[in-house]
Design a protein around this ligand. Structure first.
Ligand SMILES: Cc1cc2nc3c(=O)[nH]c(=O)nc-3n(C[C@H](O)[C@H](O)[C@H](O)COP(=O)(O)O)c2cc1C
Length: 191
């Protein structure tokens, strides 16, 4: 896929078709790319937990919080939920501080999924203690983000945000189309 198209189409997807679900092998293939992204001093403290299959996906879902800006939407309903996940973790024995590695790896996972025809969403609003208990994660495993995956089941439109808007929020229109305003090139370039 053309790189520009890949970046523009890699949006945060929150409503998914249920078939085909990315299997464990597919999810691990995306991790196999993410593990080779840049890492500060090449320390590579990130670890990944693949969550595949309907049963395990259902165990994770209650710990996730969706689209804080859509106040009247409780998150994806049954039948439109993600069909696979990757938990982005850090081995706190190797690195105690938040580094840039996490964002790089998370976005690589999103791009890899999109290139293979899958949508995704990064989730930081997650119940970490609950996830740790549910998946028996050891204490040294810090839970950074959850990446949710599945075939995109919603229409998403990128648009220019108005100049001077403090925080351009995403929204849904009357047809349930999801709009994502981004600051214009003029507004992000410093003269
Ligand atoms: C670090 C990070 C954490 C995020 N956490 C959540 C989250 O907990 N729940 C959610 O629905 N979206 C989450 N998002 C998705 C953002 O809301 C999304 O990136 C933003 O609305 C812009 O949309 P776009 O990704 O399509 O450009 C997160 C994104 C990032 C980068």
């Amino acid at each position: 896929m053309d790189f520009k198209k890949l970046v523009l189409e890699t949006r945060s997807v929150r409503r998914f078709q249920q078939e085909p679900a990315p299997g464990r092998e597919q999810l691990e293939a995306w991790v196999d790319l993410a593990r080779r992204t840049p890492s500060a001093t090449n320390r590579q403290p990130l670890r990944y937990l693949v969550v595949a299959g309907a049963e395990d996906c259902a165990r994770l879902f209650p710990s996730l919080h969706w689209a804080g800006a859509l106040k009247d939407w409780p998150g994806p309903a049954e039948g439109e939920r993600p069909t696979g996940y990757v938990l982005l973790l850090r081995d706190s024995r190797l690195s105690k501080t938040r580094e840039h590695d996490e964002g790089i790896a998370a976005y690589a996972l999103q791009l890899a999924a999109r290139a293979d025809g899958y949508g995704s969403c990064m989730l930081g609003a997650i119940e970490r203690d609950r996830i740790r208990a549910e998946f028996s994660l050891p204490e040294w495993c810090e839970i950074i983000l959850v990446l949710a995956f599945g075939i995109q089941g919603e229409t998403i439109v990128l648009e220019d945000a108005g100049t001077g808007v403090a925080s351009p929020s995403y929204y849904r229109d009357a047809d349930s189309v999801h709009h994502v305003p981004k600051r214009t090139l003029k507004d992000v370039l410093i003269d």
